[in-house]
Design a protein around this ligand. Structure first.
Ligand code: GRG
Length: 307
């Protein structure tokens, strides 16, 4: 076993990740609940729809990565929380829109009927729009730090979710359906539709802790590789797990003739690629000299997850 894999295992066993995830999820849920208008606030339909998807039981991995990065850099959870929640709002908006008939046309997400199935397509589009806007309202609450002005935080979120990253990934994904694409094209899609927002989560955590430029660079490398590994695992789970376990329709990629790592290189090689990407993520944390244990543990968890 390589040294990095050995230390991955050690980190996972010594750190109480379940407790960290329970606490971070509770803090994120409380902050989101306070930030969003109540279900009764007029117009009630839109606030019900926003809350329906936001509190449907997502894994809250992006906020956890944001808070873990802040912790690794010696920051305060209170400073990182609005940003962790902002990223979750953007993530949830992207899922609502991705599930629409005009895109992936999915009936289930997070173990429940998709937003448009419950509220109709018009309201689902608006719920996604409102969550994206809510993200920037949350980000507006952070005060900025000596190394990172308020505008750096806003830019970070805007760039990760804009037409060069998240949306670019979705466009390339849509245009790639049913067509033969290269592994390089697949990497382009994964970098944008998945890795960009995960990387942004980690970077925002570091920025909220006023981290040094060297640490931000290390976090960027970590987030980039964890993000890529996350999508390779997501593709593997799509063909190896049931819809019940995933809380979303399994086997959709094959049905839509989507390019995925399992389809292009097989399951075994895909698992190897996910492990190699996680090794690279792990190696990026070297400058933290063992103080990024929550991030290390999360990287191991994301690699070995089954849903
Ligand atoms: C901008 C409409 C739009 C879409 C952007 C994010 C996205 C592209 C599409 C959504 C579907 C998809 C396969 C995204 C890739 C990232 C990913 C694997 C999302 C699922 O994330 P999880 O597993 O979900 O963290 P939960 O529900 O646990 O939060």
């Amino acid at each position: 076993m390589s040294a990095s894999r050995q230390s991955q295992r050690q980190a996972v066993t010594e750190f109480d990740l379940n407790r960290f995830l329970e606490e971070s999820t509770a803090q994120v849920n409380r902050t989101l609940d306070r930030a969003l208008p109540s279900e009764r606030t007029r117009p009630a339909t839109i606030h019900k729809a926003m809350r329906y998807s936001l509190f449907a039981g997502g894994k809250r991995m992006r906020p956890a990565l944001c808070l873990a990065a802040a912790q690794a850099c010696g920051g305060q959870i209170a400073d990182a929380l609005p940003l962790a929640c902002a990223v979750e709002c953007i993530h949830t908006y992207s899922l609502i829109h991705d599930d629409l008939p005009a895109m992936d046309n999915d009936d289930f997400r997070r173990g429940k009927p998709t937003n448009h199935k419950v509220f109709g397509e018009g309201i689902a589009v608006l719920a996604g729009d409102a969550l994206l806007t809510q993200a920037f309202e949350l980000a507006a609450q952070c005060r900025g730090w000596p190394r990172y002005a308020h505008q750096d935080v806003v830019l970070e979120l805007a760039r990760a979710s804009g037409s060069l990253q998240l949306i670019a990934g979705q466009v390339a994904d849509l245009e790639g359906e049913g067509r033969r694409i290269s592994v390089a094209d697949l990497r382009y899609i994964h970098e944008r539709k998945t890795s960009a927002l995960l990387c942004c989560s980690v970077r925002l955590g570091g920025m909220s802790a006023n981290c040094t430029a060297a640490r931000l660079k290390a976090l960027t490398q970590f987030g980039y590789h964890v993000g890529l590994a996350f999508q390779v695992i997501d593709d593997i789970l799509d063909v190896t797990q049931s819809s019940e376990k995933l809380g979303k329709t399994a086997g959709k990629d094959t049905a839509a003739q989507k390019a995925t790592y399992p389809a292009m290189v097989g399951l075994e090689k895909s698992r190897k690629i996910a492990q190699q990407l996680t090794d690279k993520a792990f190696a990026a944390l070297k400058p933290f000299k063992g103080r990024a244990v929550a991030l290390e543990s999360l990287a191991g968890f994301l690699l070995n997850r089954d849903c």
